[in-house]
Design a binder for this molecule. Sequence first.
Ligand code: NAD
Length: 393
Amino acid sequence: MVIKPKVRGFICTNAHPVGCAQSVSNQIEYIKSLGFEQEGPKNVLVIGCSTGYGLASRITAAFGYGSKTLGICFEKQPSERKTGTAGWYNTAAFHNEAKQAGLYADSLNGDAFSDELKTATIDKIKQDLGKVDLVIYSLASPRRTDPETGEVFKSTLKPVGQAYTTKTYDTDKDKVHEITLEPANEKEIADTVKVMGGEDWQRWLSQLNAAGVLAEGCKTTAYTYIGKELTWPIYGQATIGRAKEDLDRAAQAIMQDASALNVQANVSSLKALVTQASSAIPVMPLYISLIYKVMKQEGTHEGCIEQIAGLFNERLFTDNPPTDELNRFRMDGKETNDATQAKIKALWDKVTQDNFHELSDYAGYNTEFLNLFGFAIKGVDYEADVDPLVDWS
Ligand code: NAD
């Protein structure tokens, strides 16, 4: 079939297998070009491995350090009539490239929040890897079924305390408009913490530890976004920010629980980027279009792969890495420094529907959004007939 993007609201409901494979290959080439010299992880578990920051982490581990990688994701398989999700095709492409390079790669597709998948992962580690020395936690999900009670919790993206009126960009209608977001109630805050907080990260590490599959000195990191004043009302100090604060608690608990193995758990703060998760957050598409403009002008723009390459090279696998006061790795400095934020704020104050295309990197945002689903990637023939039925091996 010939596959063209079907964009609905803030998502694209199909994906292009060849485009996804090209995007994975581009990221691999970037990592190989860096030629990492220091010793890295040997056996890596990536929870949320198929898109965005998790995929970049898997690529960095495998092609930067020659690691064996086991990935966990929740993706839809293709059928004769419907394409698979981008994460499905990315994973298939990653497996192919890893195998060609002689690197072990396998993935389990299912609900990472469930104990069944945790047990299956432990069995797989025992069978294929023995132990893991790096666990990346990169899940982004709107809901979680509690494995103990079966109750389903949903996360909300709302301010905390008071309503917040601000500008936003509707990517589907190409419109900048004002929105008012009502504050979350206590239940919505607690439920968001239940989904996106540290409980599941901690549960993973606790079960991996109890099963004896964590190596001595194993490292683990979970990803967060901290941001600054412009995004605090809807992110940092909102429901999702409350959930992310809980990761700091979980990091301490993980280190205590696995202290006999000297496990190191750090939260890593990354920059705002177009991913499937961030395009669903009100305000973020507008903010990201503006930071892309400013950071490209400054020459500091980075995508997922550049951010994660820096995280591995300058924080996770270096001696005495710098951390902030909460023991977090900060990779967000190029976005959150005062000078850059001042430039973004100036654009933010000026931006309207009329001048949006001129003031923002609207084109860059849209291209990167399409790239997530394997579209608008250089060198791919989008008129060609392609087989959507791609499998993993
Ligand atoms: P993403 O949507 O690209 O990736 C999410 C991953 O989680 C995918 O691999 C998906 O398959 C997997 N997943 C979701 N639900 C699952 C489930 N129930 N079981 C198994 N796998 C599941 O998201 P992303 O933007 O790369 O976000 C990853 C992490 O990075 C999140 O914690 C996010 O908050 C954080 N982060 C994102 C940004 C940003 O701007 N995008 C910035 C800083 C931090």
